[in-house]
Design a binder for this molecule. Structure first.
Ligand code: F6P
Length: 347
């Protein structure tokens, strides 16, 4: 069995743990593991590296991906289907393990539909892939965001400021919610719930009345507001004019507009911090190394068992698999029960 492995979409902590585990399990089963560089693009460029016990040694604790990644879609290229099939046949790959987020799983599904033996491994710091309780990368991102909140707390308190931390989360506010609860934020704003700015203002003023002269707000980059028209036009023209290679609007910056609005409405000094790529880079947490390793081993077992067109997943701490089709059928938005826990502290 010759197994091609690729990482596609935004990188995240834990990818190398998966690559290592796939390689080790392939070795155990006598399979030939080959790394495809820069995601699906590597197949078009015929850019491969051999993966063996030595080449994956010492990478479990490394962030990013040793294979490189990209948001290249074969299906957006002229004759993409044919080229993809030709390259896979030429290299005699028996199966492809595609490690990626939602956009990459859409590509994996299309590849499966044209007859390619694909197994999916879900990854994203956003934790928004349907059918799996967790994706690796999320836990690390939450830890980094929580530490950022801790740090913002001390400076907010010293200066009597409102501090806004903007974290990633395009359609789902998992990072904002978990880090907001763990970091003791006073308000958490997620894309799933359109928020009224005056509700945030009310919390800040209430805190002030009871002698808390600072507040911490965590906002997910994809958040929207009921009073969107206030800064919506300006926000759209500045933030949404750029697109990534999957054609998705590039986000980031909502906290700046929110800070201005809060300052205007409360009269309190307000500052915004965008955590950005800090939350996506660097050393993976033990949880993410563990999850990545379990996914990697299982993905090779799926190849062995010819479970193509399927994606591994974790449900109630058991590794299982679901169809990629089901995984991309919807997004996993935040659990409202957990959001209600966060709301207890919005006062
Ligand atoms: O991996 C998903 C994500 O973290 C989103 O939350 C974010 O919008 C996006 O990646 C940004 O990634 P890039 O700038 O690499 O396109």
């Amino acid at each position: 069995m010759k197994v091609g492995i690729l990482t596609s979409g935004g990188d995240c902590p834990g990818l190398n743990a998966v690559i290592r585990a796939i390689t080790r399990k392939c070795d155990q089963l006598g399979f030939n593991a080959v790394g495809i560089k820069q995601g699906w693009k590597g197949l078009f460029d015929e850019s491969y590296i051999s993966l063996n016990l030595n080449s994956v040694a010492g990478i479990i604790n490394r962030g990013g991906t040793i294979l490189g990644t990209s948001r290249f879609s074969p299906f957006q290229q002229k004759n993409g289907d044919e080229i993809l099939k030709h390259k896979i046949a030429k290299e005699q790959f028996d199966a492809i393990i595609a490690i990626g987020g939602e956009g990459s799983m859409h590509i994996a599904q299309k590849a499966y539909e044209i007859g390619i033996n694909v197994v999916g491994v879900p990854k994203t710091i956003d934790n928004d892939i349907y059918g799996t309780d967790y994706t690796f990368g999320f836990d690390t991102a939450v830890n980094i965001a929580t530490e950022a909140i801790d740090r913002l707390h001390t400076t907010a308190e010293s200066h009597h400021r409102v501090m806004i931390l903007e974290v990633m989360g395009r359609h789902a506010g998992w990072i904002a919610l978990y880090s907001g609860i763990a970091g003791g934020a006073d308000v958490v704003i997620i894309p799933e719930k359109k928020t009224k700015i005056n509700e945030i203002v009310k919390v800040i003023k209430n805190r002030y009345k009871r002698g808390k002269l600072f507040s911490i707000i965590v906002v997910a980059e994809g958040a929207t507001f009921i009073e969107e028209e206030i800064f919506g036009k300006e926000k759209k023209s500045i933030i949404k004019q750029k697109f990534d290679d999957f054609g998705r609007a590039r986000l980031g910056g909502v906290s700046y507009f929110l800070a201005e609005e809060i300052e205007k409405r409360t009269g309190f000094d307000t500052r915004a911090t965008i955590l950005g790529y800090i939350q996506r880079g660097g050393v993976p947490s033990a949880f993410d190394r563990m999850l990545g390793t379990r996914f990697g081993v299982y993905a090779v077992e799926m190849v062995r068992d010819k479970k193509f067109g399927r994606m591994c997943a974790i449900q109630s701490n058991k590794i299982t698999d679901i169809t990629i089709k089901l995984a991309i059928s919807k997004l996993k938005t935040v659990d409202l029960e957990i959001y209600n826990v966060a709301k207890v502290f919005f006062n």
